[in-house]
Design a binder for this molecule. Structure first.
Ligand code: HPA
Length: 265
């Protein structure tokens, strides 16, 4: 049975308003889902295997703010096995299930002095010039996906209204994708600043490309956990990423709840 068939069998065939991917430290939102059905990734063919520290590895289906949601508590990253398509089965599953939107979240480093750790940033666009594209090797003309408005303007406007509703200041900016898992050098951070990036991180962008390929509408946000290398006295660390993301999880949850309330209003 496919993952989509298993999800339908266990939770019903009603289409999803939103599929959500919760990044590092942001998982607790999934604990607040009403009428929850929890399905470990291990029971969903193609979903990622046991992941990175800070990730639970389960799909939670239910309702948030009355919307029907499927929430991934944890994702797989390209840096784990070098597979740029590692999230394709999960994302294709959400397309098959008829999700009206895909909301991606992550922890990221800031490249801007006025966007400190603890800030929440809506991703308006991205730069992914250096990593492998997840569509490399796929057949046919469908792989030539336009990336204009990859971050859906209407959904991003709903995210901004949702942040306002939740009382959270929402920054807007360009997310630069790097594969990691090593952090950037200070010279790389300066280069990314000059390229026009506002934040940097190791996830999300392959998922955006796969989602656009699958025909899903995307909206995304970053929880800023640190300043990029060289912009603060101390070097970034995964421990700091997890701690600061967990501290900001409440703000991100408020933005997501506000977004769900606003998304089709
Ligand atoms: N760089 C890359 N990825 C990140 C960072 C960073 O500074 N912080 C959280 N994820």
């Amino acid at each position: 049975m496919t993952a989509a068939a298993i999800i339908r069998q266990r939770t019903g065939a009603e289409p999803f308003d939103c599929a959500i991917v919760l990044g590092t430290g942001l998982g607790p939102l999934a604990e607040t889902i009403a009428d929850a059905t929890v399905i470990p990734y291990a029971e969903l063919p193609g979903f990622p295997g046991a992941g990175v520290s800070g990730h639970a590895g389960r799909l939670v289906v239910g309702r948030l703010e009355g919307r029907r949601v499927a929430v991934m508590q944890g994702r797989a990253h390209v840096y784990e096995q070098g597979d740029a398509r590692v999230m394709k089965p999960a994302i294709d599953t959400f397309a098959t299930l008829g999700a009206r939107a895909l909301l991606l979240t992550n922890a990221a480093g800031s490249l801007k002095a006025d966007m400190p750790p603890g800030a929440v940033m809506a991703i308006s666009d991205h730069i992914a010039l250096f990593g492998p594209n997840p569509l490399i090797g796929l057949p046919g003309d469908a792989r030539f996906v336009p990336m204009n408005d990859a971050y859906h303007p209407g959904l991003t406007a709903a995210l901004a209204r949702g942040a306002q509703r939740g009382g959270v200041r929402l920054h807007q900016g360009v997310y630069a994708w790097v594969t990691g898992p090593s952090f950037e050098t200070p010279a790389e951070i300066r280069a990314l600043q000059r390229l026009g990036a506002d934040a940097v991180g190791m996830s999300t962008v392959p998922e955006v490309i796969l989602a656009r390929h699958a025909g899903l509408s995307v909206v995304a946000l970053s929880m800023i956990t640190n300043y990029g290398a060289g912009l603060a006295p101390q070097a970034p660390s995964h421990g700091e990423t997890k701690t600061v993301a967990a501290e900001g999880a409440g703000a991100v949850a408020a933005v997501i709840r506000g977004f769900l309330s606003e998304m089709s209003a």
